[in-house]
Design a protein. Structure first.
Length: 309
């Protein structure tokens, strides 16, 4: 028997297997088994372990405290001159988005983006996350954190929550250039404006289209204008970041459910981490200059806001 012939199929299969493994982005460090039951304290442990595993690349930071005294923490990954942001879980029930933020942090820690420092905040709404509710509850009043920012067409706030005020101060102070905000549950990657107006265009529609299309190459999620693809919402973070500062602000609606299974979460992370990385990599290096809003607001569009994404 010719041993060379006997071995060759195995050698071929081995190299094929290695090539396949090499093509899959490494995300093994995030154990999504806990996705549905993870508490904020577990997220804090994860962040500390990430710092310990990658001490040269990763630093812990806090943007401030919420009313209950919880520190809203994140990790800064890389040391480049351009500061970008991934913020997740404005809505406490959207744990699928928290898991993707952890997977993004892990991917960036293993392989930071050149020339960038990326800040990742996995959970903005700590009490909501711990209780798996959308809202942040203060003295019996339920606030939607992603309607809590000032905006040209109004808001349900502004800044009645320490969390949203802390994030607003943070993006100003750190001079964030590009921001990804992560939500669940109906797949879409979208750009401003997302508020109640018939005047949805910005001077950067073409550039924004390139950003969202690049972000959705693997996920194949629908892309486009926020109001057109989702619904009008006044006082949202993603519009605020662009309107106030000219931050290139992209909203990710991830997955297909507010209650994704472990397999769903793994699949969602698998197809979105590369797109979020690419979006940050290819984004402009300076903020947008023409970020004011000169259109008209249409109050009747407020009734379109379903408060469910
Ligand atoms: Zn949401």
């Amino acid at each position: 028997m010719d041993l060379r012939l006997a071995r060759s199929p195995w050698i071929f299969l081995s190299s094929l297997l290695l090539a396949t493994v090499a093509a899959i982005p490494a995300q093994a460090a995030v154990d999504h088994q806990k996705a549905a039951t993870r508490q904020y304290s577990d997220v804090q442990v994860f962040l500390r372990e990430l710092v310990k595993s990658h001490p040269k690349q990763v630093q812990l930071f806090t943007i401030g405290q919420n009313e209950a005294g919880d520190a809203i923490e994140g990790v800064k990954i890389g040391s480049g001159a351009i500061s970008n942001l991934v913020v997740s879980t404005h809505h406490g029930n959207e744990y699928g988005s928290t898991e993707v933020a952890l997977a993004v942090a892990d991917s960036l820690a293993q392989n930071p983006l050149k020339g960038q420092a990326v800040f990742v905040i996995p959970v903005l709404n700590v009490s909501g996350y711990n209780h798996r509710v959308r809202w942040e509850i203060l003295s019996g009043h339920s606030w939607d954190p992603n309607r809590n920012y000032p905006g040209p067409c109004g808001t349900e706030g502004p800044f009645t929550l320490k969390s949203t005020q802390a994030l607003a101060s943070f993006i100003d102070h750190e001079k964030i250039v590009t921001s990804a905000t992560l939500h669940t549950f109906h797949p879409a990657v979208v750009y401003p404006w997302g508020m109640g107006t018939p005047d949805l265009s910005t001077p950067y529609d073409d550039l924004f289209k390139e950003m969202v299309q690049g972000a959705a190459l693997e996920s194949k999620y629908p892309t486009g204008n926020s109001t057109e693809l989702i619904y009008a919402a006044n006082g949202a973070y993603e519009d605020y970041a662009f309107w106030k500062h000219g931050i290139w602000s992209i909203l990710f609606e991830l997955g297909f459910s507010h209650d994704p299974s472990v397999a769903d979460v793994q699949a969602t992370a698998q197809v979105n981490v590369p797109g979020i990385r690419r979006m940050l990599e290819q984004a402009p290096r300076t903020r947008a200059e023409k970020h004011g809003f000169s259109g008209t607001c249409d109050d009747s569009r407020k009734s379109m806001d379903r408060h469910d994404e």
